[in-house]
Design a protein. Structure first.
Length: 116
């Protein structure tokens, strides 16, 4: 079992930056691939970014490529999402996900609001 707690969301002006954090419980964090997803009002949850277990490989949705950076610190059981050049369309609840084979865990989400 993995428990995930996101933090770092808030209100920011367009063009600004935020860093989200996702802290995981347990001693097996490094075994999980970690991802960020987001869900805007009235829309389905969508993939944002993923990082492999060691942190050596990342992948991003086209909509955030070049603006967002995912990273992890396995010693701290934490995954980050650095968001820059934010746009109003980035407004959403951002969720952290841990995936290992068929096991998948979600955090409760953190709200990011970008004003124009």
């Amino acid at each position: 079992q993995v428990q995930l707690v996101e933090s770092g969301g808030g209100l920011v002006q367009a063009g600004g930056s935020l860093r989200l954090s996702c802290a995981a419980s347990g001693r097996t964090f490094s075994r999980y691939a970690m991802s960020w997803f987001r869900q805007a009002p009235g829309k389905e949850r969508e993939f944002v970014a993923v990082i492999n277990r060691s942190g050596s490989t990342t992948n991003y949705a086209d909509s955030v490529k070049g603006r967002f950076t995912i990273s992890r610190d396995n010693a701290k059981n934490t995954v980050y999402l650095q968001m820059s050049s934010l746009k109003p369309e980035d407004t959403a609840v951002y969720y952290c996900n841990a995936q290992l084979l068929i096991r998948s865990y979600w955090g409760q989400g953190t709200q990011v609001t970008v004003s124009s």
